[in-house]
Design a protein around this ligand. Structure first.
Ligand code: ATP
Ligand code: MG
Length: 219
């Protein structure tokens, strides 16, 4: 059985592809992994994957693309038979594909950066999450802080707003605001493959926390 991790956020530019590509790169070094790009025609994950394969060709790391929810369900089914991890990079809107990601995924991650707009768009997602919950016993969706600027007043205000407005669990692991993340994305790399030690550690901790959450579901 494959573990499916969906990355969803209706606000564009929130950090979905950054989360998806870093997690996929980490898992692909351990187990057969597929990244499914649902954000087409933009295709950030697809472009990143092409650069990565040119640099580090791997038969155990696959790309699939889905233009809509029907294609997504098909691709997920095909790849569940051959991969251990499937990471889905969702579209920047609440679409049918977003609902399908919620239903297919064992774990949904919602990146939340340092902007109030992302909190508002997460409120839209919450409505969709509760609807998706009608099709499945439990949709496990958790926030991931990204572009996080520790110890700034802005970060504190946003955290307080999130805790009072969005009743969602959040991961302990956070991604800081670091050039390594944009450089890695543009070069087909994971931030774990960049010189910035903090970025490397953040991705490692994120991936290990995701693995631990999934392992707990197996019991
Ligand atoms: N933690 C971070 N630190 C610095 N830059 C970041 C971070 N996370 C994302 N970025 C940058 O912000 C931009 C948007 O991030 P990303 O492409 O991951 O978001 P997205 O939600 O997939 O956006 P889109 O709606 O364009 O698909 C990219 O240039 C990315 O490199
Ligand atoms: Mg993207």
């Amino acid at each position: 059985m494959a573990w499916i991790v969906g990355i969803i956020q209706s606000k564009g530019g929130a950090g979905r592809s950054t989360l998806a590509t870093n997690l996929a790169a980490h898992f692909s070094l351990q187990e057969p992994t597929t990244i499914i790009d649902c954000d087409l025609p933009q295709g950030t994950s697809s472009s990143w994957y092409a650069l990565r394969q040119a640099r580090f060709p791997s038969k155990k790391f696959l790309l699939a693309q889905a233009h809509n929810h029907i294609e997504l369900i098909q691709r997920a089914k095909e790849h569940a038979a051959i991969s251990k991890y499937i990471i889905i990079d969702g579209p920047p809107r609440v679409a049918e594909a977003t609902r399908a990601i919620m239903i297919l995924s064992h774990l949904c991650l919602i990146p939340l950066g340092a902007s109030a707009a992302e909190i508002w768009s997460t409120t839209d997602l919450l409505q969709t999450l509760s609807e998706a919950g009608n099709y499945k016993t439990e949709v496990d969706a958790r926030l991931v802080w990204t572009r996080f600027r520790e110890q700034t007043r802005e970060a504190q205000i946003l955290q307080n707003a999130v805790h009072s407005e969005l009743k969602l669990e959040e991961l302990r692991a956070r991604l800081g605001y670091r050039v390594a993340f944009s450089e890695a994305l543009a070069r087909g790399l994971s931030a774990e493959e960049c010189p910035d030690r903090n970025a490397r550690m953040e991705v490692f901790e994120l991936a290990e926390e995701v693995k631990k959450i999934l392992a707990e579901k197996e019991q």
